[in-house]
Design a protein around this ligand. Structure first.
Ligand SMILES: NC(=O)c1ccc[n+]([C@@H]2O[C@H](COP(=O)([O-])OP(=O)(O)OC[C@H]3O[C@@H](n4cnc5c(N)ncnc54)[C@H](O)[C@@H]3O)[C@@H](O)[C@H]2O)c1
Length: 325
């Protein structure tokens, strides 16, 4: 798929951003890729292998700084906006975090687009906008939207700002409600925690909640393909897409995959369940996303949850062996 043009990736040094970078600097890729990142969770080693590529530029700055963002954005055709607080539970002790490190950043990105005349944005929203629907499958047009975490609220606010800017200022916004994204260079998430904890103590594993939380875990390569396909196809001013595998896995089953990927024998690890329906306050224990809309564009998902998680956790183990924290 051709991805021509100049891309600015806000949050580009992070996990998902590094895979967009790989793709956009690959064959038939972009004319230029700028990573704009404050390196709060982004890492230099995520893109170091592109060091000699003159199309790559890195701006170390905060998306809270609107002037710096405008300066970096000038001359780009497309913005991929990935910068936000990744930790849903952080709001328990810092209730404003998703406003400051979510809503405000998306407002700045939209405003920088208006000021610089940048027309197209691809926004990493999240399934958190739907709230807790239990076993009900969320379609993109589901309503009412009742988020149950400041993180979900901030993603929804970001979508609202982008739809408003698209209508008022002639932008084109495509927003994506991903399942849990997994793969090499992951910076957080349940598999990420399990592999680290098993390395510290291979005899026991603490599992938050009752272990029956059930969600979709999608490989980052499938996410990148879905986003760039929608970018190529969508012509509406504002369009939302769910992006998930179509299958689901419980946290307890993820623990089994983690034990296997850690090279341990099944049954040799004691699971310590903290109890309760969700892993933490604001966690939605069951998420079901309908993906007919993105599939109708011709997207197919190359791996189910178990394969995606296995690839991710094997990569994490290698990354830890190589000394990446
Ligand atoms: N990983 C998932 O499972 C998942 C699922 C749904 C949605 N998302 C969304 O996708 C986006 C990317 O997620 P990720 O997993 O790659 O996370 P990540 O933490 O690896 O990447 C986010 C990047 O944004 C940067 N950043 C954060 N605040 C910034 C700021 N104020 N200014 C500049 N840069 C800043 C970080 O340094 C990091 O490089 C996030 O918005 C996340 O909410 C992720």
């Amino acid at each position: 798929m051709s991805s021509g043009g100049r891309f600015l990736i806000v949050g580009g040094a992070g996990f998902i951003g590094s895979h967009f970078t790989d793709h956009l600097l690959g064959p038939g890729g972009a004319a230029g890729v700028t990573l704009y990142d404050n390196f709060s969770s982004g890492k230099e080693w995520h893109y170091a292998h592109h060091g000699a590529d003159a199309r790559l530029r890195v701006v170390r700055a905060d998306a809270a700084d609107l002037d710096a963002l405008c300066a970096a954005m000038t001359g780009h055709d497309v913005v991929i906006h990935l910068a936000s607080n990744p930790d849903i539970a952080a709001a328990m002790t810092d209730p404003d975090i998703d406003f400051r490190q979510g809503t405000v950043l998306t407002r700045n990105v939209a405003e920088a687009m208006r000021r610089t005349g940048t027309r197209r944005i691809l926004y990493a929203s999240g399934s958190g906008i739907y709230g807790d629907l239990g076993e009900r499958e969320a379609h993109e047009d589901h309503g009412p939207l009742i988020p149950v975490s400041p993180y979900g609220a901030s993603k929804l606010a970001g979508e609202a700002l982008l739809s408003a800017y698209a209508a008022m200022f002639d932008l084109r916004a495509v927003v994506f409600r991903f399942g849990n994204v997994v793969g090499p260079r992951q910076t957080h998430g349940v598999g990420f925690d399990f592999i680290r904890r098993l390395r510290q103590d291979p005899t026991r594993l603490r599992i938050l909640g009752d272990g029956m939380q059930s969600k979709s875990y999608i490989h980052v390569s499938d996410v990148v393909a879905a986003v760039l396909l929608a970018h190529a196809r969508v012509t509406d001013p504002f369009r939302a897409f769910n992006v998930a595998t179509g299958d689901y896995i419980t946290v307890r089953d993820i623990a089994e995959v983690a034990v296997e990927c850690a090279g341990l024998t099944a049954g040799s690890v004691t699971y310590e369940l903290t109890g309760g329906r969700g892993g933490w306050k604001g966690d939605v224990p069951v998420i079901r996303l309908n993906t007919d809309r993105i599939r109708a564009l011709g997207w197919t998902c190359s791996r189910g949850c178990r394969d995606a998680l296995r690839d991710a956790m094997n990569a994490m183990r290698r990354e830890l062996d190589e000394g990446h924290a």
